[in-house]
Design a protein around this ligand. Structure first.
Ligand SMILES: NC(=O)c1ccc[n+]([C@@H]2O[C@H](COP(=O)([O-])OP(=O)(O)OC[C@H]3O[C@@H](n4cnc5c(N)ncnc54)[C@H](OP(=O)(O)O)[C@@H]3O)[C@@H](O)[C@H]2O)c1
Length: 261
């Protein structure tokens, strides 16, 4: 017989880069065994080799979350884990009518449909066991519609509203759902979206480290959502007191100047 407590297990999507990589490293340090997923398997395998604290076990699953089949590869795992971090996502910038529709639909599939299916699988297991946590990654883009970033801001608004609603449903069942709403963070995100990061004012950046720490602290105290960084939090809250036509015009002007030409 052994007295050793079973290690908790976490599934982190989008772990091949940026915030997901930091989530994986911090959770391994917290004593979680990990399942990490993304499309770039080589990156995941390299990361897995570094996540060896106190004998942590890391499983790698290659999956494209823009496809139904890719999400299907993860649902059984999601239903078993103690923590799900729905982090995978990407943005597109430009005038909607001029952006390729297939990429916009992939964005909807990764940012919304995959997150929704994995949340459903995880919550059914967690509510049955009476414990568990989900962190869904939205953005400060969730707080207002953004012309020239229309699909992205709409997907993240979905993630925020959906997560807050799930938070209330899950809380009495012993399960925590926390939505992370970061402002700009230097990751591969800007390159993928085709945005020149030098066009974002220095004061607006938050580090990946700070963002992930804020998410885990918010989860620990069972918060519904968190906006890391004082300026981002002020902007997100402040927007509520400004007429919607003003926030969308200001946000649109900011993104129009950053759209790839
Ligand atoms: N960085 C920011 O400024 C910022 C701000 C607010 C919110 N966010 C949000 O933070 C989350 C993480 O972004 P990040 O900044 O870390 O960006 P990143 O460095 O570009 O990482 C994105 C991750 O998502 C994965 N991913 C993208 N498309 C995928 C697909 N079709 N199937 C499976 N995985 C996919 C990527 O893996 P593969 O390419 O290997 O598949 C990668 O691991 C996203 O939800 C993003 O919207 C970022």
């Amino acid at each position: 017989m052994t007295n050793e407590k079973a290690r908790p297990r976490a599934l982190v999507t989008g772990a091949s880069a940026g915030l997901g990589e930091v989530f994986a490293a911090k959770l391994a340090k917290r004593g979680y065994d990990l399942v990490i997923t993304a499309r770039r398997k080589d990156r995941l395998e390299a990361l897995a080799e570094t996540l060896t604290f106190d004998g942590a076990a890391t499983e790698v699953i290659e999956a494209d979350l823009a496809t139904g089949g890719g999400v299907g590869l993860l649902e059984a795992t999601a239903s078993e884990v103690d923590l799900l971090v729905n982090n995978a996502g990407f943005g597109t910038v430009g005038e909607f009518a001029e952006l390729p529709i297939e990429r916009e639909l992939d964005e909807l599939n990764v940012n919304v449909r995959a997150l929704m299916r994995l949340s459903h699988a995880a919550l059914s297991g967690m509510t049955e066991r009476g414990r568990g946590s989900i962190i869904n990654v939205a953005s400060t883009a969730a707080f207002q519609p953004i012309p020239h970033n229309a699909t992205y801001s709409a997907t993240k608004a979905f993630v925020l509203h959906f997560s807050e609603a799930l938070h209330e449903e899950a809380k009495p069942r012993g399960v925590t759902v926390t939505c992370l709403c970061p402002g700009p963070v230097k990751t591969e995100f800007q390159e993928v979206a085709g945005v020149d990061e030098s066009s974002v004012p220095a004061i607006m950046w938050t580090s990946a480290e700070e963002v992930v720490n804020a998410a885990l602290s918010a989860m620990d105290v069972r918060r519904a959502y968190v906006v890391p960084g004082a300026l981002n939090a002020m902007t997100a809250v402040g927007g509520r007191f400004v007429p919607r036509f003003v926030t969308r015009k200001v946000a649109g002007a900011f993104f129009r100047d950053r759209a790839p030409r």
